[in-house]
Design a protein around this ligand. Structure first.
Ligand SMILES: C[S@@+](CC[C@H](N)C(=O)[O-])C[C@H]1O[C@@H](n2cnc3c(N)ncnc32)[C@H](O)[C@@H]1O
Length: 278
């Protein structure tokens, strides 16, 4: 991009192992669709928090008059500034900041999106229990929303069935997401020399956390197949929807089909879209 390439061409050429497998994460405007659908009292100002590549901010700009893309990493901020300039989106302002230190006025946004970020927030504070840090963060978002404003969150499900098989969504040791927190912390310290802070939760605990932060009308839905590639949402008890996205050749297919018939597979889905209002 610094040599004058369009951001899309630069992204296509970028040969980094992690990014190469995740290009659509940066270009898929469907990632903003759920947030655009959330009803809000007005469509003046939206905040994309932990904006990364800016794909969600770009989608929000189709509906909201002003969009703030807040991101802590300078490289992502530089990328977004060029991306929005090349795409002709002057209504988006890029703000480099730590979201635990929000430089925002109270009651200044109609919509706030937190897509794949809540689990990283405890890393921004060396002190404090991870869930206390997350609660403090959500309380600050509640203050920044106008009355009647909406919050949208996308995040992994602690009880995703693959976590019971050892998959670890944020680089933590295998099984850490589903172990009791103290044990997960001990394991992470032992294997990685640091605390386990990237806490994710099940649907009930997310609801509790948001209500504790002052939000109302909290709704938790599954997003399928994952929030990185959102193709549809479904109610948690809609296990058929979850099953429709499973790979039938999996070793576990018979067990997963049985869980679907019992109506619990949706609660073991990969990730959630959570919506709430002030
Ligand atoms: C998994 S990425 C998600 C990016 C984007 N929201 C998306 O879904 O495409 C998480 C982003 O949150 C940012 N982030 C994490 N902790 C943050 C903090 N304390 N303050 C601001 N941004 C943060 C990271 O730098 C990263 O860009």
């Amino acid at each position: 991009m610094t040599r004058g390439q369009h951001w899309r061409a630069a992204l296509d050429r970028l040969d980094l192992p992690v990014v190469a497998r995740k290009r659509s994460w940066f270009t898929n405007l469907r990632k903003a669709a759920l947030y655009c659908e959330l009803p809000t009292a007005a469509a003046h100002r939206a905040l994309d928090l932990g904006a990364g590549s800016g794909v969600i901010a770009a989608g929000l700009a189709a509906k909201y008059a002003r969009v703030v893309a807040l991101e802590q990493e300078g490289d992502w901020c530089a990328f977004m500034r060029r991306r929005f300039a090349q795409d002709g989106l002057p209504q988006i302002t890029v703000l480099q900041a730590n979201c635990l230190d929000l430089p925002l006025r109270d009651e200044s946004f109609d919509l706030i999106c937190v897509n794949g970020v809540l689990e990283w927030v405890p890393d921004a504070s060396a002190e404090g229990h991870p869930s206390d840090v997350q609660l403090r963060f959500l309380e600050s978002l509640h203050r920044s929303l106008r009355p009647g404003g909406a919050l949208g969150v996308a995040i992994e499900n602690r009880w995703f069935f693959e976590h019971f098989l050892g998959s670890a969504p944020h680089g933590e040791p295998a099984f850490a997401p589903v172990l009791p927190r103290r044990l997960a912390n001990w394991l992470t310290r032992h294997l990685q020399g640091k605390d386990y802070r990237n806490w994710i939760y099940g649907w009930r605990a997310y609801g509790r956390l948001l209500r504790q932060a002052g939000f109302r009308e909290v709704s938790v839905r599954q997003v399928l197949p994952t929030y990185h590639d959102p193709q549809r949402t479904a109610e948690l008890r809609d296990s058929r929807a979850t099953a429709a996205f499973l790979d039938g050749s999996r070793r576990l297919a018979p067990l997963l089909n049985m869980l679907a018939r019992l109506g619990v597979l949706g609660f073991l889905t990969h990730s959630f879209y959570i919506a709430a209002r002030k």
